[in-house]
Design a protein around this ligand. Structure first.
Ligand SMILES: Cc1cc2nc3c(=O)[nH]c(=O)nc-3n(C[C@H](O)[C@H](O)[C@H](O)COP(=O)(O)OP(=O)(O)OC[C@H]3O[C@@H](n4cnc5c(N)ncnc54)[C@H](O)[C@@H]3O)c2cc1C
Length: 553
């Protein structure tokens, strides 16, 4: 369908595309650009590149068979009941907003998703696989736009980039594999947008875990006592997938119950995490965000200008002032230590931890549903949600010691707030809990997992020692160093292989004063951009990178 609309060689990309300058690649001008990956990050990179007024030739290399999807939206990796937690108004449109795209779908396509035209909403959450169809169709539209604007886009699917060989002028040769064939494409500039990177054999404390990707590894997981490592969004996906595989959810008038399949009456599932709390349900908030009074971009810029000493505490004081103004009772209702960088998280999470993980999920769901129904925000959550974006500005300016404090003590609070769970997922979680199948256990920070002789896995929790037949890894993406990039000719030339990459995401290479190789690979970004977890961040990083690349071209 859509590949035939893209500029792609008839034999599927095996023919080497034309090399514009075989000598002196990148000698001052960027005309040929290689993009490694074709997920959301790459889509936004292409979006901003084709705004350039000079014609560009952009080659997009995609390892999988389908371009324009990305890992969390790919039906080969994700089930159709896994929901995206960004709504239309939040998703930066590559070409057209999600809601407009949905409204133009034929009624028959909508009904296949159990949707009808009249129910479509810019504030609703939709299945990630449906978002994948949107992204892919937007990518096609971007390619058409590029063509109309005089750019050339070559999309090479089933083409994995195996190496990036820097050239003296700043560009690089992109080496790739397509089936048994190998080839090389010379580019004036390269953007690495290779996305998520997961181990297919994850472990904890030397104990083997099951990877949740593709989701069929979850639905085919063996055993009746199933542990899930993690309790955030990925863990929710795993629980819901197990619920579908081992029984069925019945949804009547907004209430969900779960019934086991025959032979699954003894199923037990436990999410296990340090604190044993889950993020709260999605809540109503005005979007675009209303202005803040204290934690504003200008105030944060002012604090950064004063220098690194005490920077984290100064910006944290702005956050406290914002919380106090939005809801004077919130911090005053917590222990005094909540007003310190180290004390906020324990106080914030205690409200859920003390009642018990899933009991508090059930309690908080009521308030979250009321917030949406009445269109009334939850003031402290709205401050934290908006706050994380402003707080992000300060992270690259912190000393290493303060960054470490931020990472250990404040990041969990912000991450909890932006990981708001779609209500349908929450209802399914509660259904499994009420069916006596699901628990949420806290291990504390120093637990150790151990393997039993028959392959079982056990761990000490606050509720005693628990043993599982199988454990699924739902910890989410870990950060990685630039030195861990899988490109053997690139890494030895990095000037700072251990220094985190930051805006404008340009790699510094020994012997190349103006490298035109940029890195937006997620594990490397997460080193110092820990909030980079969503489509909004993809668009913002892509815009910053392209702005820099073309300004300096
Ligand atoms: C389970 C899960 C759920 C998520 N849910 C949401 C959500 O609901 N809302 C939200 O906003 N964000 C969500 N995210 C965040 C997600 O990171 C971003 O939305 C987005 O997918 C990041 O895009 P990306 O292009 O950087 O990476 P990816 O989506 O991973 O895409 C990278 C692409 O690069 C290709 N590639 C990799 N290596 C090579 C190579 N060497 N050569 C050629 N091609 C290569 C891959 O095949 C892939 O197509 C979720 C993340 C996960 C893991």
């Amino acid at each position: 369908m859509f590949l035939s609309q893209l500029r792609r060689t008839a034999d599927g990309g095996e023919v080497l595309d034309q090399v514009h300058r075989s000598d002196g690649i990148g000698a001052g001008t960027v005309r040929t650009i290689g993009v490694v990956g074709s997920g959301p990050m790459a889509i936004y990179v292409v979006k901003y590149l084709i705004m350039h007024d000079q014609p560009l030739e952009i080659t997009v290399f995609e390892a999988s068979g389908q371009a324009g999807l990305g890992m969390p939206y790919n039906p080969e990796m994700n089930a159709d009941y896994m929901l995206c937690n960004a709504f239309s108004r939040e998703i930066p449109p590559p070409v057209a907003p999600l809601i407009d795209w949905l409204k133009h779908l034929p009624e028959r396509d909508l009904s296949e998703w159990e949707l009808s035209y009249h129910e479509l909403s810019a504030r609703a959450f939709y299945p990630r696989v449906l978002i994948g169809e949107y992204l892919q169709s937007q990518f096609v539209d971007l390619c058409a736009k590029a063509d109309a604007a005089g750019h050339t886009i070559i999309v090479r699917t089933d083409t994995a980039v195996s190496d990036i060989v820097p050239c003296a002028g700043g560009g690089a040769k992109v080496q790739w594999r397509h089936g048994d064939a190998t080839g090389s494409t010379a580019c004036d500039a390269v953007v690495i947008a290779s996305g998520h990177s997961w181990s297919s054999h994850p472990q904890i404390d030397g104990v083997p875990l099951i990877s949740p990707w593709p989701y069929t590894r979850i639905t085919q997981a063996p055993g009746q006592r199933i542990g899930i490592l993690g309790s955030s969004l990925s863990a929710v996906d795993v629980v819901v997938a197990l619920g579908h595989a081992r029984g069925h959810f019945e949804e009547i008038a907004g209430e969900v119950t779960w019934l086991p399949n025959d032979g699954q009456e003894d199923l037990s599932i436990a999410m296990v995490s340090h604190m044993g709390v889950m993020p709260e349900g999605d809540f109503y908030y005005p979007f675009p965000y209303g202005p803040a009074s204290h934690l504003t971009p200008d105030a944060v810029a002012g604090e950064i200008a004063k220098g690194t000493d005490g920077l984290l505490d100064r910006v944290f004081a702005l956050l406290l002032a914002e919380l106090d103004e939005a809801d004077p009772d919130y911090l005053n209702g917590l222990p005094a230590a909540a007003r310190t960088v180290e004390g906020l998280a324990p106080a914030y999470f205690a409200l859920r931890h003390d009642l018990g993980g899933l009991r508090s999920v059930r309690r908080d769901r009521v308030a979250a549903r009321e917030s949406i129904r009445r269109k009334e925000t939850v003031p402290h959550r709205y401050v934290l949600l908006r706050g994380h974006e402003v707080f992000d500005d300060v992270l690259r300016a912190l000393s290493d010691a303060d960054y470490d404090r931020f990472h250990r003590h404040l990041l969990p609070v912000f991450a909890d707030c932006y990981a708001a769970i779609p209500h349908l997922s929450l209802a399914r979680i509660i259904a499994l809990y009420e069916a006596g199948v699901l628990s949420l256990l806290a291990t504390g920070a120093h637990s150790e997992f151990a393997q039993g002789p028959s392959g079982t896995i056990s761990v000490e929790t606050e509720d005693g020692r628990v043993t599982f037949d199988t454990m699924i890894d739902a910890r989410g993406q870990s950060p990685a160093r630039l030195a861990d990039l899988p490109f053997k000719s690139l890494v030895p030339g990095l000037k700072h292989p251990d220094r985190p990459i930051s805006d404008p995401f340009q790699l510094e290479l020994a012997g190349t004063p103006a490298s035109q190789i940029y890195c937006l690979a997620l594990p490397q970004l997460l080193e110092r951009h820990p909030f980079t977890q969503g489509l909004v961040d993809c668009a913002e990083h892509a815009r910053a990178l392209v702005g820099h690349m073309l300004r300096h071209a």
